[in-house]
Design a protein around this ligand. Structure first.
Ligand code: PBG
Length: 329
């Protein structure tokens, strides 16, 4: 075919490259994770996540206004719970006036059109640092799922648009869906962390929320009995199809970069929106390399984000969302 076909013709200038570009990032692709803490005027740096902060509710309001002005229209909320409110059962998780529930109201009062998603799992509330209730060294499934359903109702009551179960218990999507229907929240959606792997990339997040599994007695030091084995592909498809059957509106793959083969396969298999979570360890790796002077921040960030989208993500949850939106402006 050469020289009739010369692929470099389509690369010869930025205008031509831009004309034939297949994937474009836009601020509306992003879901912005936010960490909330108790207190007033708190904007606490997270050492393993340079440039990221824990925010008190007043600071959250400020942040949300800024995100909105950058064209970022969806947030995913996480809370850091004080030790004295933690237990094994997640009692504080279902407090209608708890920090998460107040955070949802704060965002909705500040910016009513902002899409608010809430993390649903027990780990920030757990004295054991597990996503479920622990008994005799095991993570209880069905008992945990019932608490998650109650928790979801309080988030829906506070005004959440989507609840996002990140716990990987079996059957939680169905139980949450049924509970939401029963309480009349038929417009509250579920974004399920469907294919969530037992990844070593979650470390900085666990620093941010002080939510790592504790080193105590027979409490498991890892989450491998509920999160997925990184070696598995078919299992991700089973998780995703089951979650959709149970009523998930959006499914998610997590982490991002190491799992883009899974992302593509799911995108080609199912017909609901697919989210990808580029997690804390992925963020920390780039920040650390940039601090060392070994990588150039913005081009690497954008290459990673566009790769996630090219692999098939409709929604990208990323700690880079704000920096990317600033760049795209
Ligand atoms: C826990 C949860 C985790 C993350 C989101 N929800 C950590 C874990 O499973 O231990 C990780 C996010 C990140 O690393 O950025 N339910």
């Amino acid at each position: 075919m050469y020289p009739l076909r010369r692929n470099r013709r389509l690369r010869k200038s930025e205008s031509v490259r831009s004309l034939v570009r297949e994937t474009r990032l836009s601020p509306s692709d992003f879901l912005v994770p936010l960490f909330i803490v108790e207190g007033k005027s708190v904007r606490e740096a997270i050492p393993s996540m340079p440039g990221y902060y824990r925010l008190s509710l007043d600071q959250l309001a400020k942040e949300v206004r800024e995100l909105w002005s950058l064209g970022l229209s969806s947030v995913l909320l996480f809370v850091k719970v004080p030790d004295d409110l933690k237990d094994n059962m997640g009692k504080e998780a279902i407090n209608p006036n708890g920090l998460m529930q107040m955070a949802v109201k704060t965002v909705k009062d500040t910016c009513p059109d902002m899409v608010v998603m809430t993390d649903v799992a027990l780990d920030p509330y757990s004295i054991n640092g597990h996503d479920g209730i622990v008994e005799k060294g095991r993570i209880l499934n069905d008992e945990t799922v019932n608490v998650l359903a109650e928790m979801s109702i309080t988030h829906a009551e506070a005004g959440a648009d989507f609840v996002a179960p990140s716990d990987m218990m079996d059957g939680r999507v169905l139980t949450i869906r049924e509970a939401l229907e029963e309480e009349g929240f038929y417009n509250t959606g579920i974004m399920s962390y469907s294919a969530k792997y037992a990844s070593a990339f979650y470390g900085p997040f666990r620093d941010a929320l002080d939510s790592a599994p504790v080193d105590k007695g027979d409490v498991p030091k890892h989450k491998k009995s509920y999160q997925m084995d990184p070696a598995n592909r078919l299992e991700a498809l089973r998780e995703v199809t089951m979650d959709i059957d149970e009523g998930a509106d959006i499914v998610m793959v997590k982490p991002g970069l190491c799992y883009l083969d899974i992302v593509r396969e799911i995108r080609d298999t199912v017909n609901v929106p697919l989210a990808v979570y580029q997690v804390s360890g992925e963020y920390a790796m780039l920040k650390a390399a940039v601090e060392k002077g070994w990588l150039d921040h913005d081009p690497v960030m954008l290459e990673q984000l566009v790769s996630i989208k090219r692999a098939g993500a409709d929604i990208i949850a990323s700690y880079f969302a704000k920096e990317a939106a600033q760049f795209l402006q």
